[in-house]
Design a protein around this ligand. Structure first.
Ligand SMILES: N[C@@H](CCC(=O)N[C@@H](CS)C(=O)NCC(=O)O)C(=O)O
Length: 347
């Protein structure tokens, strides 16, 4: 995501550079195939997290392998590079499957002349080493539909046809005001832009608070794509967006229904077991020097709150609809468990 600035100096995302689709019939040129593709992520990135959640909930852990980059990008010639390091499971700084040190190499393998930004998530074709897509939006939907033949038994229907229009409408509002809103607030060039963006953010959070006071999940009694897209922003809110991005009208913990809803998801197999709060804090605080010149990484808040009782079952509902929760993640994909009382300094 090469961040550009509007003439007003406002933060703006440039369109995704690689948006090829992997489809069940292979008509796109990239067929669905178990073991052929590798999903490159940072555990810090909320956009990559959305794709990780669908992969995990639908049981595509074996079919699509996961490569985790270091939360602190390597500065090369003034450019931030997502790199593989020993501390994220790449001995010698090389991804054990792709054999590369930087994600950029997969972009360049696909297009040697490419000079745009290099973002995660990136889905890479292992045989050729070529990046196929860095479009989190389409990847989230396609893993949930095009890859259905490889889904686990009991995989939830996250994007049911009957709800698609409502899900799309809600996703658009949440993307604009919340998921991307926190970035627009955090990188606001002016007081005016910041205050306008933050007002829209909290107006949207207030509306979601009201909605979730009446029902367990965003579209009713079961988890959908809309919940999958909101969770990554909520789980980063008090650890990063409240302080680092100045989204501080309220903390998530000050929203009774939203906080309980977020804990309900966190404690649901497939959600909390994909969250790496250390990587989240390290990335935002150590990399965004424009808004955190010292690079000092905040250690709080105490993550133990995520494990407290949420009582959302009192609203009824069946989180996975006719489906079932996923089993534990494969050992290679595991994240550190939350240590109550453990707002730990970065290791
Ligand atoms: N292409 C992406 C954008 C995702 C994105 O913005 N990823 C961030 C990390 S959270 C990134 O890699 N930024 C590139 C950079 O920081 O250099 C999308 O699907 O929307």
């Amino acid at each position: 995501m090469k961040v550009t600035e509007k003439p007003t100096g406002e933060f703006e995302r440039t369109p995704m550079a690689f948006t090829d689709r992997i489809t069940a019939d292979g008509a796109s040129g990239w067929p669905v195939e178990a073991g052929r593709y590798r999903l490159v992520i940072s555990r810090a990135c909320p956009w990559a997290h959305r794709v990780v959640l669908v992969r995990r909930l639908t049981g595509l852990d074996e079919a699509i392998s996961l490569a985790v980059t270091d939360p602190v990008q390597e500065q090369v010639a003034g450019d931030a590079h997502w790199v593989f390091t020993a501390r994220t499971g790449s001995p010698g700084g090389l991804d054990p499957v792709l054999g590369v040190h930087t994600l950029r190499e997969a972009y360049l393998a696909r297009d040697p002349g490419y000079d745009g930004g290099v973002s995660v998530p990136g889905l890479v074709d292992v045989p050729s080493g070529h990046l196929v897509s860095n479009d989190h939006d389409q990847l989230t939907l396609d893993l949930g539909s095009e890859w259905a033949a490889l889904h686990r038994e009991g995989a939830p229907e996250l994007y049911p046809p009957a709800l698609r229009d409502e899900i799309d409408a809600l996703n658009a509002e949440i993307y604009r005001d919340v998921a991307n809103g926190v970035y627009r607030a955090g990188f606001s060039p002016s007081q005016q832009t910041y205050e306008r963006t933050v007002a829209a953010l909290f107006a949207r959070l207030d509306a979601l608070e009201d909605r979730l006071t009446r029902q367990r999940f965003l579209l009713g009694g079961s988890i959908t794509d809309a919940d999958v897209r909101l969770f990554p922003t909520l789980v980063r809110f008090d650890a990063v967006y409240h302080g680092h991005f100045k989204c501080n009208v309220r903390k998530l913990v000050e929203y009774p229904a939203l906080w309980a809803y977020a804990r309900d998801l966190f404690q649901t197999p497939g959600f909390g077991d994909t969250v790496h709060l250390d990587h989240v804090r390290q990335h935002y605080y150590a990399v965004h020097r424009a808004i955190n010149p010292t690079g000092v990484v905040a250690v709080g808040p105490d993550p133990a709150g995520w494990l407290t009782a949420h009582h959302r079952e009192e609203l009824g509902g069946r989180p996975f609809g006719d489906g079932t929760p996923p089993g534990p993640p494969p050992a290679i994909d595991r994240v550190p468990e939350i240590v109550p009382g453990g707002a730990r300094p970065c290791g």
